[in-house]
Design a protein around this ligand. Sequence first.
Ligand code: SAH
Ligand code: SF4
Length: 380
Amino acid sequence: MREKEAKFVQISPDAARKPLFGLDAVGLEKVIAEAGEPAWRGKQLAEALYRQRVGGLDGITTFPKTLREKLAAEFEVGRPQIAQVFTSVDGTERYLVETPKGDTVETVWMPEGDGGETGDGTDADESDRTWHRATICVSSQVGCAVNCQFCLTAKLGLQRNLTAGEIAGQVVAVLDRQRVEIGRDRVNLVFMGMGEPFLNYDSFMGAVKLLVEEVGLSPQRMTVSTSGIVPGIERFAAEPDAVRPKLAISLNAPNDKVRSEVMPINRKWPIEAVMDAVRGVRLRTKERVTFEYVLLGGVTDREQDAHEVARLVRRTGLAAKVNLIAWNPGPGVPFEMPREGAVEHFKKTLAAEGISAYLRRPRGRDIYAACGQLKRTVEG
Ligand code: SAH
Ligand code: SF4
């Protein structure tokens, strides 16, 4: 018995090593200062974690072995790892990403490939690529507490908030897998995976800052989607342009009555309260707010709904566009897909009213990677 306990004590300090991934420049410099090293080593550490994407301390080749060993006594890289990959016929990949704590979240890679048929004399070093632009869909929580009636993630409930490192780590793990070169490749981020980013605000914004300041991605290539958490939108409105992503609001219904039925959160923050908060965001030149609108068959997909949405959007006075998403089915979610042609008709009706509307193609539906389907499904 005693021997067992002794063994346990030996293992536990190792298991409790603190993750470096997730610390910003100031945090890393502090670690370095405590190790008795000069501040420039902090910059090397940030470079290794966020630019070279090292998976372990051994990979930090700019550090002498003694320093790596010194750090290893207390720290680990601790970046989330891709544990399982599901590949769709359309090229989308859904990842189960394991956090250092041992639970998993989902991240999706959506290449907008051209099948190599550019015909534009693509650079030789890109010849093995099937994509030239891609979008990564990032999770902000394990599960979600918001309980939208049409969403599969809601079925999980909220299990926990992710840390800034766990959110940014999903992105870095995918950039690494896809060998993305920052500056050369065009990668967009959407914070539209599992969870409600504005109910985990500090970690979400912490991740954005790491991705902008350390990884080198532009906030103008990032979009965060919220179900309409007013205090979160108000905080977001106060963020400086240098780190503020674009904003998308999950509208999903033409009026408060229907919205409260499909998104119970609407009873707390109804449409007008959300719009008031959104009007506080100072948009950049040419920037528009996106309203996401999930079409639920027979519930929100009728022509009269489109007219109502157009009036609603006009009334906000915001520079806005509408992204239409045909509802993606999931087991145990009691809705129907929109009828044949309904989405196209909805889009045309909005356009005729002068509202720009776009159709979001369902990506990776066959592998449960599409909007609202993220529930850590392990079947391919
Ligand atoms: N929690 C945030 C972001 C994640 S959800 C939010 O709700 O905005 C991302 C988008 O997927 C939202 O616009 C949501 O309305 C939509 N969505 C959820 N379930 C869906 C489903 N089953 N089919 C299609 N879209 C869905
Ligand atoms: Fe949560 Fe968004 Fe799903 Fe609503 S749609 S339950 S806010 S993840």
